[in-house]
Design a protein. Sequence first.
Length: 239
Amino acid sequence: MGKKESNFIMEPSKESSKLNAQEWPLLLKNYHKLNVRTSHYTPIPCGSAPLKRNITDYIDSGVIYLDKPCNPSSHEVVSWIKKILKAKKTGHSGTLDPKVTGCLVVCIGRATRLVKSQQSAGKEYVAVARLHNSITGEEQFKHALESLTGACFQRPPLIAAVKRQLRIRTIYKTKLLEFDPEHHLGVFWLSCEAGTYVRTMCVHLGLTLGVGGHMQELRRVKSGIISEEVGRFLTFRMG
């Protein structure tokens, strides 16, 4: 006997569905008469794809990933961008001292609403600490660095933009990158809470080692989720 060929095509049924609203609960009595919104797409005559946006849209609500150079302050850099782009409002992701370089996220126009979220985000730095005397070796420096992780008491330096009140800041991770015993220099990376003073941490590092110390150089390598590896930074050139 030959097999009957099967038809796998789904076709609409000719029989009308039987609905008996009398058997439905009270709240669903008129459910079959309600207006149901269709799921088709209605194009709205506003907005555009990212690659088709006008340059003015980016100026009105854009973000610039800037590699801040040494010497100008964060406020100066932001004011220069505001003047160049003729923007109404500008803001940045967190203050960098004039001698500090690295990641500075500048928000323009409507994007300044995101400034608070960027300022409160975690930061990552690479710092150079200079010790005032010689120590046993690299392991002693590494041990002192690990002892400063976690919640730490900090008082802002003498030259600071905020009031010098004792505060608690969390240092999440630290890693020693290089140690030069001849010049008493240590290069280390740290991930910390927003508002952490690395300059104060270097002073505490010197006190922990018993020889004293201070911060020689500092660079911010990550602000929130924006890092040197992910973001394409614009180098700000003076003159």
